[in-house]
Design a protein. Sequence first.
Length: 268
Amino acid sequence: MGNSQSAVQLERAEWQKRQRNQRLKSLLTISSPIFILVLWEILSRTSVIDPRFFPPPSVIIKTLITMGTSGELFIHIKISLYRIFSGFVLGVIPAIALGLLMGMYSPIRHFFSPLVMALMPIPTLAMLPIILIIFGIGEFSKMLIIAISVFFPVVINTAAGVTNIDRIYIDVARNYGASAKDFFFKIALPGSLPVMLEGIQMGQAIALLTIVAAEMVAANSGIGYLIWVNYKAFLLTEMYVGLVLISFFGYFFSLLLRGLQSKLIPWR
């Protein structure tokens, strides 16, 4: 009886220790950005750093609220999010399909690998002039440039995810006469999910970088356009509002994908 109680107490102590560690990690995660913002506020208010170039965060937030109240900000946000989402879907779906096929079938992998490896190092924005020549400066061009930037990390990670599936699952599927469809949806797709989702996570970050750069060059609306036009007018507080929005959406999309990851692959 005494040993049983001792084991329960030990387990409870271990659980409490894990809880304390988790709370400490959460506190550290929150404290680092708060520390940077407070330090920035103090340095800017005391003119240690030039407030013309680095306005205090409180002023930036006030400007963000003012622009949001006027409705101007939401127009740019809506347009950018539409471009990001459409381009993301346009790039991710074919990338997953091709990545799964490359991982499943050696001939397809050997055929497409040289093309993927040759095109991937080319900066996406370097292809923008060609895309604009072919498709014009409309919305499809911006969606396509995002799709291209997302495509490569997703296809490479998906193919790698399939090839890293434990061989025993493949052998069992073959022994039981699994069809190509069953292998595709019941072995390759779920087996590649952990690595595939890492590629999608990487792709969403690249999509945000790409849309900002594309809107700076070939757009008259969107968050990237907002940043660029305010920079040219030396309205740096408004420019920082655009940077804050990009940072926020990057963090929000990352949390969203991590939540999806925990639902799809809870064992990770």
